[in-house]
Structures are given as C-alpha cells and as structure tokens.
Design a protein around this ligand. Structure first.
Ligand code: CA
Length: 229
C-alpha cells in the first residue's frame, strides 16, 4: 500500500507543486488549504504523514497538529515561513516531528519524507502489541506472557482496543463498565487500575503502558488488539 501524505498549504500553486512532486516520487498525496478543510476530512487518521503549513487563512496550522495528535502518532512535518527560534520551538513543543523553514529545497523535504516512509515500512506489522482475549479473559504482553483478567479488568482494557495513544475519559470508561458516570465512585476505578498494574508486574510482563491523566482519564500508549478465539 502506498504511503499516504496529507499536505496542508493554502498557497494554491505551491500546494499543487508539492502534491505532484510527491506523487511523482511514488507517494499518495492529497492537498487541502485550511483548518476547516482538515476538520471536514472523512478519514483524517488514514494519513501516514502530514506536511503542515502554519499560516492558514482560518488559523495556525498548530491547531491541526493538536487535533491530529489526539488520535494519531503518525509524523507531522511543519513547513512554514515562521522560522524564528521561538516559532520553531512552539512547533516542536506542540509535538511536530520536524520543522522545516521556507524557503527550502525539495530534495531536503523528500529526504525527510522518505525517511519516515522507510521507518514505517520497517515496522513489521503485528509486532509489539498487547492483546486481550475476551473469551478466555486473558491479557497477553508483546513478548507473549499471558495472565488472567477479572471481568472488570477485561471491560476496562477493552476500552483501549485499537485506540493507541487516544485518551479516554473516565466517564466513558465507567459507562462502558456498565455504571452511571454521575454517581460512580471513581476511587473504585483507581483501585482496580492499581491492582491491574501490580498483577501485570507480578506476571513478569513489561510495565502496563497505561498513562493516567489526573482527574480525567487514561491513555494506552501501545497497540492493544482484541482476539476472540
Ligand atoms: Ca500559508
């Protein structure tokens, strides 16, 4: 499958040049011109890489970066005329993977793009993921160790299935566990999570890649899939 690139650039001639150049180099490239267009994309998560301008007619491209980061780990290259140190720092702090200042050479952009494409190709699919087996009520770590789960632990982990890096609110989790979020005692959830972390540790697995967002929810920082065999 071709490496899919989204180009966000409001200058039409330049956008067309970028799209055509990358297509010529064998990539699947699509161009859009604004934050609004990004927000109306049907499949914003399907891109393997985003090339992002900052000065857009309806806002700073960093808004797109922020929205993208909430649901995807795929790399973002900022391509901007805003080249001052504090602007570049702002971009990198917003979790851009690369900040390329205009004017730049196409060859340099191509080198960066092909590095990310190569990196993705080298990630063997199916490698390094956690899995839950809903029928057997079990959790398996990336290195193949397995342990049993309680119904509540299973329902909890099931919330993070196919949602790597996505933060899930504790209200959503609690309602998926079959409770009413407005009357639920969240300490129960915390206790269950602490026990689960300990169980994982005692099973000799690598640490549970679950990040707590204080007072808000949790993020599973690795791929978690569900098997039902
Ligand atoms: Ca611009």
């Amino acid at each position: 499958m071709a490496f899919k690139i989204l180009i966000v650039e409001d200058e039409p001639d330049f956008r067309i040049v970028l799209v055509e150049y990358l297509q010529l180099k064998g990539y699947e490239a699509k161009g859009i011109a604004s934050v609004a267009e990004y927000q109306s994309l049907k499949d914003p998560d399907s891109y393997d890489l985003i090339i992002l301008d900052r000065t857009l007619p309806d806002g700073d491209g960093l808004v797109i970066l922020e929205a993208h980061r909430k649901r995807s780990e795929s790399p973002v290259i900022i391509l901007s005329g805003l080249g001052e140190l504090d602007e570049r720092v702002k971009g990198l702090e917003a979790d851009a993977d690369y900040y390329l200042v205009k004017p730049f050479k196409m060859l340099e952009l191509l080198a960066i793009v092909s590095r990310y494409a190569r990196r993705q190709k080298n990630q063997t699919p199916g490698q390094a993921y956690w899995s839950i087996n809903r029928r057997q009520r079990a959790l398996t770590s990336p290195c193949g160790l397995t342990m049993n789960l309680t119904n509540m632990e299973l329902a909890f982990l099931n919330c993070f299935r196919d949602a790597e890096g996505v933060s899930i609110s504790r209200e959503d989790i609690v309602s998926q566990l079959g409770h009413q979020a407005n009357v639920y005692d969240y300490r129960r959830l915390q206790t269950m999570v602490s026990r689960l972390r300990l169980k994982v540790k005692e099973a000799g697995m690598s640490e549970l890649p679950l990040e707590s967002i204080y007072g808000d929810g949790y993020t599973y920082k690795a791929r978690l899939i569900a098997l039902d065999a």
